[in-house]
Design a protein around this ligand. Sequence first.
Ligand code: ATP
Ligand code: MG
Length: 285
Amino acid sequence: MSELKIAIQKSGRLSENSHRLLEECGIKFFNGPGVLKTTARNFPVEILFLRDDDIPQYVEQKVADIGILGENMVYEKDKDVRIVEQLGFAQCRLSLAIPKDEVYPGLSYFMNKKVATSYPKLLSDFFRKNEIEAEIEEISGSVEIAPGIGLADAICDIVSSGSTLLTNGLREAETILKSQAVVISNKNLSTEKQDILDKLLFRIRAVKNAKENKYILLNAPEEAIPEICKILPGMKSPTVLPLAKKGWCSLHSVVKEDEFWERINQLKNAGAEGILVISIEKMVL
Ligand code: ATP
Ligand code: MG
């Protein structure tokens, strides 16, 4: 029986979340220092630990069948692969940044300037689209230092909070691309491998749904139940159980994590008490 080969980042900002995601999908594997390849004990997958830059090419060439990496790298490498799932972690943006005391008049700032980046394709596409003539200096790391050492006038790099930019005397001027971690797949998987990928994606979606939702339990007087059901529609409809105390019920439902704080006051105003909110481990819709 064949195994699906999954490429994940060996060490870096994506590694921990990629490991955790596979573990939360119930996939058990050994990973120690120096391990570059491992087979899962309880699921037909082989895991390859690689540099994120190499993953698109390896997936195109079928050295790996699928990979987990940032959209930024997928678009930069522009290989013939398919994005099959967005994962929600490693959220960041690819931005142009300039020395913080410079006046920024808009994109014309970059006209005839030299910009250092590890993303030459995305940057040259962006400049071409906006009709900016600028020189691109490709460097592979520590891009933020380039203006400080006279290598370039500005940079184009990954930003999340902007604190690294600030430490290096830079500020964000334009966002080129928003990115998050995704699963990419080779476009010609065998039926057998596609079946394994479908099973894996089913598990990944169950983990993602679980993270985006909370289980909520509360007590309320019977007459408040219709109003509370309107506030908490649930997956199908809320569960309502009688309490030992006459005229009272316990109501169980599921609420989106980001809607929870908005709903809580509405619930209290409707008569809810003793509200408990619990994490969900897996959720299949
Ligand atoms: P490798 O050695 O594998 O080539 P790297 O140094 O090129 O690693 P990392 O810095 O580990 O890359 O970043 C990997 C990916 O994580 C980036 O391509 C991007 O998608 C995402 N990322 C980078 N920086 C951040 C950040 N500050 N916040 C969130 N996500 C980020
Ligand atoms: Mg890299």
